[in-house]
Design a protein around this ligand. Sequence first.
Ligand code: ATP
Length: 293
Amino acid sequence: MNEPAIVAHDLGKRYGRTWGLRDCTFEIGAGRVVGLVGPNGAGKSTLINLMAGLLRPSTGELRLLGEPVGPHVASSRVAYLDQRHSLYDTFRVADMLEAGRRLNQRWYAHDARDRLSELGIPLDRRIDELSGGQRAQVALALALATRPDLLILDEPVASLDPLARNEVMSALMGAKATRDCTIVLSSHIVSELERLCDYLVVLNRGQVRLAGDLDDLLDDHRLLHGPSSGVVDVEAGREVLSRHEEHGTARLLCRGRGPLPAGWRERPAGIDRLVRHYLAAPARPAGWTEAAA
Ligand SMILES: Nc1ncnc2c1ncn2[C@@H]1O[C@H](COP(=O)(O)OP(=O)(O)OP(=O)(O)O)[C@@H](O)[C@H]1O
């Protein structure tokens, strides 16, 4: 069985007169680690909340693990971790584990205990006595103890210092290595996603600007530079996304591969430049999908 983990078709969410997300269409295979990236207000939380079943779509359809998402389809195969790592401050860590056991159909207590013991987080410590990084680790341990097939994380490290960010991201990578689930996580920080993700979705102003396999996208986008006289030849074989010309020399951001005219050189564009380009690019027409582009 190789069902896609996430299928969005014409998905949209409107808050009154504002579209938080619109015309969102993509299909993501099982086992992927999906990075959702975009600036403030891009629609990341809206998409994540739709996946978590916390919001209802205004348009279109969203299917996770082969099932439509909705208030009555709270799948025990999906775990969700919100930005604030919602935990009860007055509980001890052990109480949170007990709450996890009672609230979840699928619950593997040893997974959580082993993980917290490895991290040196005592079970008798009160939640409000933990550091931000430890709280994030407890929340992650709770989510992973359900052995989800799909783990959804809304900016899981946004509130943490660089050291704690690194530790939580490493924990996530370790979890992925031991359990082949699909992971979706959002972030403002592109470099953070590059480490962990193998699929990228770039959102801006509520629309998907780019979606695809990260390695393919990185391979496909190149920075070229050479004499301006060769631009026409470059354009014949590739899609030129942006150009800068000065003193007879041209610098181009291109998509696609092809022969290089004499005097031209190329190098990978890199994830930062790629994301910056698509964030600045105009919105795609309704119904646009990466596959159809
Ligand atoms: N409850 C709401 N009521 C009205 N508008 C909303 C609501 N939630 C989100 N929006 C709007 O929807 C758009 C997308 O917001 P969303 O929170 O999904 O973005 P985001 O990418 O998660 O941003 P951030 O990185 O700041 O969390 C924004 O224009 C936002 O103002």
